[in-house]
Design a protein around this ligand. Sequence first.
Ligand code: PYC
Length: 404
Amino acid sequence: MERMWRTHDLKNTYDVVIVGGGVHGLAIAYYLGKRGMKRIAILDKGYLGGGASGRNTAIIRSNYRTAQGVAFYDESVKLYENLSLDLDYNLMFSQQGHLTLAHTDRGVTTLRERAETNRLLGVNSRLITPKEVAEMVPGMDVSASAHQPILAGLYHPPGGIIRHDAVVWGYARGVDRMGIEIHPQTEVTAIKTTSTAGNSGRRKVDGVLTSRGTISAPVVVNATAGWCSIIANMVGIDLPIVTHPLQALVTERLKPFLHHVIVSATLHVYINQSDRGEVVIGEEIDPYPSYRLTSTFRFLENAAAHTLELFPCLARVKVLRQWAGLCDMPPDFAPIMGTVDEVEGFILDVGWGTYGFKAAPAAGHRIAELIATGKTPPVLQPFALSRFANMEPVGEKAAAAVSH
Ligand code: PYC
């Protein structure tokens, strides 16, 4: 059987080193390859897609709250729509529609604001009534006597779910076919920098030290999740990030009964049914910063209780497995992408909080453009690290049920 990607000896020098073999690192390499840049090494201390790329709930959407966020995630949804064809690999993207529920007057106002921002930017998203919600999701308790009665929904037809492992494998196969090297089990232990000419105090990247040897490279991309602060610290940069675990579970397989992604901001729960029939359920991030990947009873109890408020019909369904991933949370719940003033050649694609998987194609495409042209594309500019010093946050907290 043909392998999807090959193993390589580590070379002494590359044009670009990408730290992180998740969907972001792979996507950056793929779009660089499309621009003709091939002397690239993707390094990961574990196995491909073993971090957040393999631990998310595979939801794709662009119904964000801020204009900057909507424009960016809309690019990603559009790239996802063509990605199976582009990679010649079936990613099982099901654009089944994404439905966020409001149970309070304030919740309805937030959904209305999001619907209006979405529509102004050409993203298909609208407020719907409880009656429409009931017609769309017959298995859900939409009665007025529910503990959290549903007052409205934000319906976003282009949203949906994808086979997340397939996205990782598809990009990996794509970059391998271009001659780009993937190096799993290769830990970056330090980043080499030297002073630039003059007295500016600026430095430039020279390469990386790894568990398999030293590499020279003028560009190093931090495309890690969970470890982004540690990698940034290697060039003396403190990121304004705290890392929290995020847990999820799947149930045993059921016959298809749920044909939309359901999200409740008040109950902090999101639910979809995979193409295998499992019900995939997520909750909010764990309330404490940690790097632990442990599944907890607290999560299991909350997720079950909140799911049953919406779907009492799932009461006797068995949980099949539970897992956790790591989310790097910035203060404004928006990612950090682009160059940094202090270190030339050091590029950030980090701080994805709970939004990273859905963003990978657009992030990869635009970071590749930045590296190839030396210019920050306008869609990336609001997400620069300097926005925190300049007091220009991109307030994306209300765009999800997962991190309030
Ligand atoms: O932003 O849709 C989302 C999401 C779901 C789970 C984590 N993030």
